[in-house]
Design a protein. Structure first.
Length: 430
């Protein structure tokens, strides 16, 4: 019963928004006379005292119908996945709540997606990856805050153990191998001996190689989103391999140091420029991880995993351009406008990765100058100003803007009046 008190205490100290959703779910459960539970990573983190604001709710009846009812009260929108009996509510402020019908799963073939049948909460917990993720917390009135722990997850949580629930776990869903390593390294736990044996068995059967590529991609993105992805990659290499991703993949020897520097550069950047868009640090790690691969192989890998267009562009841009950018930035003579024209077309991710990787002091200094002195410089004159000076719209506009901006970045002009004067001078010359 210790955990009952503990869970109630933790539930009562959640942010008010979450407490409100739980309270509404509890009321709705009473009206509908059904069992409602918090489950999975949310319960794990609640017990660990780790912040986790992704509510994961399981309903012992129709979860989709429950989601629609709850969403009406919360004034949210629902996206449902009928085949799995799940739904996601998105509230107006963007926060999400996952709701699922408690279910049994059956895997028709190794590494395939499961077929889903109705089941009780215990069936639902049994279909999960590890004991620490297979606990539920009652949120209905009668048993509010009581833990359902059929597979000794609480003990594993205390002992720091990652343990799967049955012999077929990694055959059914080989992505759990990546998840096991991710949780082990994130939480500083250890993978249990039998679980490790099952992972090695799955490795001998090449199970990860059989999984649909987009599922592997999603798991890899989660790895790179971890605080210390290097540790996860190193361990994954040790107990499985990394060539399941592609035969060209290797764990670069400098990875640990570069990831560390990169993290430092990003923290400094975000601290110095809080108004700029948040960085995709995970993508920078991935860009470096993939950087030793030849361009033609890299393009094939990115295509195979169907990375989204923006991510693909930034990864390719870094792979193609790093050496050239580094060399150009280290030239003895480079005007402020020259520096601006090299760096401004690039994403922050490509620039900061160049900063972290370059061994040239001049390159590093120039990137810092770019961010501090030049990056924010913009023209104040507009197309309307050019029109009122009698210039006809067309490609000329773009060229003029470029020339004026260059003069501004090089410090020849500073304000609107000087910009206009500069434009007049150019057109009078012609
Ligand atoms: N789950 C599973 N097998 C998977 C993926 C998920 O059994 N391959 C179950 C686990 O019970 C997990 C829950 O679904 O806790 C929610 O999945 P997800 O949100 O991916 O994991 P979290 O445990 O919340 O992990 P994280 O802290 O990384 O968000």
């Amino acid at each position: 019963m210790i955990q009952k008190g503990l869970l109630i205490k933790r539930l009562n100290s959640l942010p008010l928004e979450l407490q409100h959703i739980i309270f509404l779910s509890r009321n709705l459960a009473r009206i509908e006379k059904i069992g409602v539970y918090l489950v999975g990573g949310f319960v794990r983190d609640l017990l660990l005292g780790v912040d986790n604001f992704d509510l994961d709710i399981v309903v012992e009846k129709d979860g989709i119908e429950f989601a629609y009812k709850l969403s009406r009260i919360l004034d949210g929108t629902v996206v449902k996945h009928k085949a799995f009996g799940t739904a996601t509510i998105t509230k107006k402020n963007g926060s999400k709540i996952d709701i699922a019908t408690s279910r049994k799963e059956f895997y028709p073939a190794p590494a395939a997606l499961p077929v889903v049948n109705e089941g009780g909460i215990e069936d639902d917990l049994f279909r999960r990856d590890f004991s620490i993720n297979a606990m539920a917390c009652h949120i209905d009135f009668e048993k509010f805050g009581r833990l359902v722990d059929r597979f000794n997850g609480l003990k594993d949580l205390k002992d720091g153990r990652i343990r799967c629930l049955h012999e077929e776990s990694f055959i059914d869903d080989p992505t759990r191998i990546i998840r096991a390593v991710r949780f082990e390294q994130r939480l500083g736990f250890h993978i249990d001996k039998d679980t490790l044996r099952l992972i090695k068995q799955a490795r001998n059967l090449g199970m990860l190689e059989k999984v649909q590529k987009h599922r592997i991609r999603d798991e890899l993105i989660l790895v790179f989103k971890e605080k210390n992805p290097y540790k996860v990659l190193r361990r994954l290499k040790q107990i499985y391999n990394l060539t399941f991703i592609d035969r060209h993949i290797k764990l670069n020897r400098d990875c640990k140091k570069v990831f560390f520097n990169l993290n430092k550069a990003c923290v400094r950047f975000q601290h110095s420029f809080p108004q700029r868009r948040p960085l995709d640090i995970w993508l920078m790690y991935l860009m470096f991880f993939l950087s030793p691969i030849k361009l033609r192989f890299l393009q094939r890998i990115l295509g195979k995993y169907a990375f989204c267009c923006g991510d693909t562009k930034r990864i390719i841009s870094f792979n193609k351009e790093f050496r050239k950018i580094d060399k150009n930035l280290s030239k003895k003579k480079l005007s402020a406008a020259g520096l601006h024209s090299i760096l401004s077309p690039l994403s922050y991710e490509v620039i900061l990765l160049t900063l972290a990787l370059s061994k040239r002091q001049r390159t590093k200094q120039r990137i810092q100058d770019f961010f501090v002195k030049h990056h924010h410089k913009k023209l104040t004159i507009t197309g309307g100003d050019l029109l009122s000076l009698g210039i006809k719209p067309g490609p000329k506009f773009k060229k003029l803007f470029q020339v004026v901006l260059r003069a501004k970045i090089n410090g020849k002009i500073h304000n609107r009046e000087e910009e206009l004067g500069f434009v007049k001078k150019i057109i009078n010359k012609k």
